[in-house]
Design a protein around this ligand. Structure first.
Ligand code: DGT
Ligand code: CA
Ligand code: CA
Length: 576
């Protein structure tokens, strides 16, 4: 689907026009088009072909023409014209967390700053703080944003990496001579961010495979192309991605998969074991003198080293080697174990479809239940529900449950934890719900004590079953709250509150190491997609992988329970 890229182009046109101080009405209409396209559950190309796009309110004639132009040519002339009007580095300022087009406009017009490097100088000289509407606090905030950006640079989100991996694998799949092919590196380990994407191929004629890769239509820049390894920057819908493809002979595919999946630290531990056993382990195989003991099959490498097989998601040297030796590795939770989604939004708040559409889509995914968790009224930007509206929604859900077969809708909420630690709905209303998740959506930058106290107090409430996205981070965009996660985990155990693993690849929060802490403390994990559309119900796998990376088994995850057991788990906190 070209939706993401197209939406971004419209957003960028609006940004540039705003920086240039152009017509507000057109700016807003471009932003609206961007939003419509990115929220669209179906392919924009299809929507255009069927005429549905032309009928969509908010898509005018001129926008439609631009969309057509993009789908035909891959570019939009108006976008190219706008780009010519500003210095090319100016747009990088918009990637700084907390910097919007208004801020960029001021800094560009008044200080003639055109790049991040120049902005850093302007902050250091005090010029930014002196600008009207900025001040010391805002200047320091921007400096922090730049620091964050620089630290994050070069790594991409897991969903972006998987998109690239899928693209390359699909391109190579049909080639003659490929015996095996799979992901390796951090992508195969399902790490939360990815430096580069590694693909491993078993074939005899490496050069031809590498050539096919480096000449693929999505390749932007070839970084290296040899007989067994190719590296390139490839274009995906969301961002440029560095991909390494390696070709190895079939006899050493298992050893290569083991070696190139890593992590480096995990590999170091394995090699130590090999050395102790007077063996040699490398990417070609496991050897005793000149004799090959294992090589073609990855499982055999572990077996011959006296270890149980360690799944890729555990290979981080966090105790998995010891556990494999002692035969006590966790049996990782899998997507098939998940019986329902505990965090979804409908168009009653900021989602884009209604309850029954979501329920039907969830049923198709094989779920037994979904829990509708729209926002509460304090989340005004997310069109949160008033108590009255939630009351009506509960009734609507009860009615729908009588009609729908094969899936249960649980009535829930994602209630705001307010600044004074109280909740946005009173207990009488919360008591009517099947499952309540509570979250901080404001004041994320407050001091450690404040955000921690807010979270602990929310867990004290007998009607709060789960804390959603407990640290509030957005990968590559917003830092986590400075929350005392050890205290949160401890109190979750004390109060019988679950902690969410938010499956959205921007969040993955709790993250893997936090999941492990929670599980060790006996806290249940609740995996939710935080879906705002039907498509996003499909994000569950990211949450499952994150939980598995945190050593979660089926028993550690609340939504592996049946709907009935889920409900009685929820009721049990209220009886404590
Ligand atoms: P990334 O790309 O930063 O997200 O992380 P990885 O783990 O994919 O790292 P990458 O792409 O540099 O290398 C892929 C795997 O190859 C890595 O996980 C382990 C293996 N590897 C690479 N360099 C070394 C090394 O110097 N020593 C060892 N033992 N293994 C290495
Ligand atoms: Ca990598
Ligand atoms: Ca690599």
């Amino acid at each position: 689907m070209k939706n993401a890229l197209l939406s971004e182009l419209f957003e960028q046109m609006a940004d540039i026009m705003e920086i240039l101080g152009e017509d507000r009405f057109r700016i807003n209409s471009y932003r609206k088009v961007a939003r419509i396209i990115s929220d669209m559950p179906s392919d924009v190309e299809m929507a255009l072909a069927t005429g549905r796009l032309a009928e969509t309110p908010g898509i005018g004639k001129s926008s439609l023409a631009k969309i057509e132009e993009f789908l035909k040519t891959g570019t939009i002339t108006a976008h190219k014209e706008l780009l010519k009007k500003i210095p090319p580095t100016l747009l990088e300022l918009l990637t700084i967390p907390g910097m919007g087009p208004k801020g960029v406009k001021a800094i560009y017009e008044k200080l003639k700053v055109t790049s991040i490097a120049e902005l850093k100088d302007a902050i250091a000289s005090g010029a930014v703080a002196e600008l009207s509407g900025f001040g010391d606090k805002k200047a320091a905030g921007i400096a922090k944003g730049i620091e964050f950006l620089e630290r994050a640079t070069g790594r991409i989100r897991l969903d972006q990496a998987l998109e690239a991996a899928d693209l390359v694998i699909a391109e190579l799949e049909g080639l003659a001579g490929i015996q095996r092919m799979q992901e390796a590196g951090s992508v195969r380990r399902r790490a939360e961010t990815i430096g580069d994407v590694d693909i491993l191929v078993a074939a005899n004629k490496g050069k031809r495979i590498i050539e096919a890769f480096t000449k693929a239509p999505f390749v932007q820049e070839v970084l290296a192309a040899g007989a067994t390894k190719g590296s390139a920057m490839i274009r995906t819908e969301s961002c440029p991605v560095h991909v390494d493809v390696r070709v190895v002979p079939r006899e050493s595919f298992g050893a290569a998969a083991q070696y190139f999946t890593g992590s480096k630290q995990h590999n170091v531990r394995l090699r130590e074991i090999a050395v102790k056993a007077k063996l040699k382990l490398n990417e070609y195989g496991l050897f005793k003198g000149k004799r090959t003991i294992a090589g073609a099959v990855e499982e055999e490498i572990y077996q011959k080293l006296g270890l149980d097989y360690i799944g890729p998601m555990l290979r981080e040297d966090r105790g998995e080697v010891e556990a494999a030796k002692n035969h006590c590795l966790p049996e990782a939770v899998e997507s098939e174990d998940i019986k329902g989604d505990l965090h979804v939004h409908t168009n009653a708040s900021d989602g884009n479809c209604d309850i029954s559409e979501l329920a039907r889509a969830a049923k198709k995914l094989g779920y037994k239940y979904i829990c509708v968790t729209d926002h509460s009224k304090s989340s005004a930007i997310a069109s949160g529900l008033s108590p009255k509206e939630l009351g009506r929604q509960i009734k609507q859900i009860r009615r729908l449950n009588e009609q729908l077969k094969g899936i249960t809708i649980l009535a829930g909420t994602e209630v705001d934890i307010l600044a004074d630690s109280s909740l946005d709905f009173d207990n009488k209303l919360l008591a009517e719900l099947d499952f309540v998740i509570a979250a901080i959506h404001s004041g994320l930058a407050s001091p450690r004590e404040k955000v921690t106290t807010r979270t602990l107090k929310a867990m004290d409430n007998p009607y709060v079953h789960c804390i959603s996205h407990p640290t509030g981070r957005l990968i590559g965009q917003r830092e986590a709250m400075d929350i005392d996660i050890a205290a949160v985990v401890k109190h979750a155990a004390e109060t019988g509150t679950a902690l969410e693993v938010n499956a959205n690849p921007w969040r993955l929060d709790l993250k893997d190491t936090h999941c492990k802490m929670a599980i060790e403390a006996g806290v249940k994990l609740a995996i939710g997609t935080d879906a705002h559309s039907i498509e996003q119900l499909g994000l569950m796998g990211f949450g499952v992988a994150t939980a598995a990376r945190g050593w979660a088994t089926q028993a550690d995850v609340l939504n592996t329970l049946s709907a009935e057991k889920m409900k009685s788990w929820a009721a049990s906190k209220r009886k404590r």
